[in-house]
Design a protein around this ligand. Sequence first.
Ligand SMILES: [Zn+2]
Length: 375
Amino acid sequence: MKHVLMYSDEVSRVEYDPSHPFKPGRGKYLMDLLNRYTLLHEANQCIATPRPLDEELLYLFHTRYYIDMLKRADEGRFTLEMLESGLGTGDNPLFPGMYRFSLVTAGGTYDAALKLLSGEASFAFNPIGGFHHGGKDHAGGFCYVNDIAVAAQTLIRHGKRVAYVDIDVHHGNGVESAFYKSNKVLTISLHESGKTLYPWSGFENETGEGEGLGFNVNVPLLKGTDDEVYVYAFEEVVPPLVAAFKPDILIAQVGGDTHREDPLAHFNLTSNGYQRVIRDIKALCPAILAVGGGGYNAWKTSALWTLAWAEFCGLTPHDHYAGVVGGMMYGPEVHAGRLCDEPFVVEGQEKQECMDHARGIVSWIKGNVFPVHGI
Ligand SMILES: [Zn+2]
């Protein structure tokens, strides 16, 4: 079965605003790195161009009121009520082509879901997808349309069991809201605590409602969290829950903003922790739909996604240029350095606090959520 990269040059050329931290151009940087490290040359790999989503499919999650407003905003017809829906703010600016951008990015995730549904692919990756803050009636956190919610709804309608694992540093609040009352999707988000980071939510006691009780799992971790703490929390919580849930398809939001060089958040992960967790995710389910999510050190994020792509495809990137310095380097390498980071650990009191907190959260989840799943 195929490994598919959803890639759109059109999307990669979009700018929200030159000063805005969300850079769709990361898709192009990723493509450059994949070519550079010869990670797109296998017989079972292919690149697919996303098609814009059929507007009707947006209503699997979004309200017509909101989408109408988004279209009006796109046409430059700004009205004050838009601000209440998060449109035209610093985070979610209005820019020409924003509606088309939303349809193509969501179309990429939707097309990827269809490829998994049909059995054509066992792994598909839409790097400029994963807009996990998008609400049904509002934009939030650089997200206008929630491609994940639309794709997951589609998979559910085809009778599939879906697990969602979100390793972006921010809480996946939009996806949480979409399935909070449902037991059809097991939603797990690991993130920096809402006490110190947007969207200020995602606490462990948000576990779902009604039929969905126990099917929404949050693992909030303290700022400063490093590879050791993160991998510990992930491996204690995620594999047992996903194994008990037995998904047909797993959606992974693989944001790169947990990295210690990310300018918007406060974790201390390196590529080592990120890669380890990707390896863990790969082992969870034979069918995986990955979406790129956040990551505001654009070059570093593309390097992490390169590692993720390689890991999911079972390949080892060969750094033919390791140790080469100065004028011999070219392309994104000049900015990104090597694909892999040196190990880094936090020490002392900060480390102790991060680990103690993580142990407390893990213990709470094991006591309150695991029993719902018979573990
Ligand atoms: Zn994020």
